[in-house]
Design a protein around this ligand. Sequence first.
Ligand code: NAD
Length: 246
Amino acid sequence: MLTGGGAGIGEGIAHVLGERGWHVLVNDVNEPAAHAVARAVNGTPLPGDIRKDPKGLVERAFGIAGALHALVNNAGIIRRSPLAETSEADLDLVYEVNLKAMIQLSQAALPHLQQTAGAIVNISSIAAKNPQPTAGFYSMSKAGVSAFTCLAAQEWGPLGVRVNGVAPGLIRTAMAEAVYSVPELYEKRRMMMPLRRIGAPADIGRVVAFLLSDDAAYVTGQVIEVDGGYSQTLIEHLPHPGSPKS
Ligand SMILES: NC(=O)c1ccc[n+]([C@@H]2O[C@H](COP(=O)([O-])OP(=O)(O)OC[C@H]3O[C@@H](n4cnc5c(N)ncnc54)[C@H](O)[C@@H]3O)[C@@H](O)[C@H]2O)c1
């Protein structure tokens, strides 16, 4: 079961998992998008808002598939505002989608995943460790996603369920399209990536597929940064003697 699979990174994850033989139950609050992606990957649509009755959503998934081997908590939103001005409504919304629903879906899926020795992968962000100014509650919610991942791995490992995360860096999706549709901004950002490209949804999908696979059978409690090396570049951006920036 994959949340937010109707677009962006979730759509990329759905395609990679479909290609690797998974039957993907594609959840999205955007019903036509859930249907379109499910059709494209030979999966099954599971439309719905993850905030509303997460347990019911998991039971629907189980009812369709008869067993659950994986839960990919990908759905996430951002509401931009300076911290001092972040409204209670935005705080609640981002908390409920990015963190609360993810926790409740995982709790509901746990008994099913125990039956299959299944795995959970949560989509965090490099913003969990590098809080993003003017992104409201987003970074804090993602820090919560990463912390939940490490905690659940400890408590659920003995039950046979692995829990890992992926922290994407700069990935071109609708969430960040306001930046990437400006060619100069796109190029400047691209040149700041050690791998000299902005990530694609499939870059995240392939790491999710690894974490769900038997190749990762002894991996749990890890949040893998998939960012083209960007989060290692802090020192590089300092001016140095003799560099053009000094
Ligand atoms: N794009 C990036 O650069 C980037 C970087 C780091 C982390 N992420 C994370 O990756 C995940 C996917 O981001 P994206 O860029 O693909 O976003 P996106 O906006 O392109 O797609 C998100 C999808 O989730 C769905 N969704 C939103 N709220 C939902 C809800 N309540 N219930 C069910 N579905 C819902 C949307 O309809 C949409 O199809 C998010 O958790 C995001 O925080 C993205």
